[in-house]
Design a binder for this molecule. Sequence first.
Ligand SMILES: O=C(O)CCC(=O)C(=O)O
Ligand SMILES: [Fe+2]
Length: 320
Amino acid sequence: MTIESIAFLEIIKLSFVLITLFVAIRLSVYLLKRMWQKKKYKLIWTPIDFIERRSNLSYDEFVKEYVSVGKPVIITDVMQDWKALKKWTLDFFKSQYGSIEYLVKDDKKQERGIMSIADYIDYMNVNDGEDRLYLANWVVSYYPELLEDYKEPVYFPNWFQKLPRKVLQKYEYDNPEIFIGYKGTSVGLHKDPSSCAAWLGLISGRKKIIFFTPEQENFLHDGKVDAFNPNLENFPLYTKAKPVEVILEPGEIIYIPPDWWHQVENLENSIGMGNLFVNEWNSELVFQSFAEQNFIKGSLLPLILEFPWLSKFVLAVGLL
Ligand SMILES: O=C(O)CCC(=O)C(=O)O
Ligand SMILES: [Fe+2]
């Protein structure tokens, strides 16, 4: 072997050692940071008697008074500069998006077929109320021009936005979503998926919302009970539940903490918009919930949120 080839081998070895060292240090920093975050952002839940309405709320106040103590709140002054507030009417959706077809569901969360937006809006105007089909969870991001009509409120930074759209679409976290519902429609009692937090803004109409703290889950019969009209013979445990009810008005946004059960009913024909999100306060709950559904995917989620460039690789090899 020549001196040059020995030197070349040494350089390769040294590079290998340095890269391994770099990866090991980076991973240790990540693990330490996660341990520190777990301690610092310990979410608790606070029972409430009513839902507060706030305006002029700073982000820090919002976190201190609501997010970190797991309390819902209505924010009354964030939607005022959304173009959507004036622009998004039933006529607007009918004329601009009328031919788009979307899934409609009943209040038992059963999918009841596909309808065009125009047909749904006609149906809202003529239906006699027997058959309560709801055009809920219409994903806005397929129509990027609609995204310009609203502004993601500063209160709700979302870690999911670090992920490529492809991944979000695949797992149906490619929000926000629009809810067009006629009077009397509801998505039924539920908690939002995977311990995500959520916000829901109302463009028009009024919505009645009923809330339950997470520890009341055992009284809710897996969400089979209709909290607005409970049948106590069939769902006796519900007598122990302590619901808190509020009416959301147009121009208001409500924050729904992770794992809170809720049922929403459109008191009038309405247009709403909402999003699910992950932040430092619910991230560990979200990771845990994903891991319960699929251990590999659940373990990969925190890693790809920390190292978003990894997601392309993980997606390419089919692990996501
Ligand atoms: O009907 C609505 O406006 C909100 C429904 C809801 O809570 C959800 O989709 O998770
Ligand atoms: Fe929900």
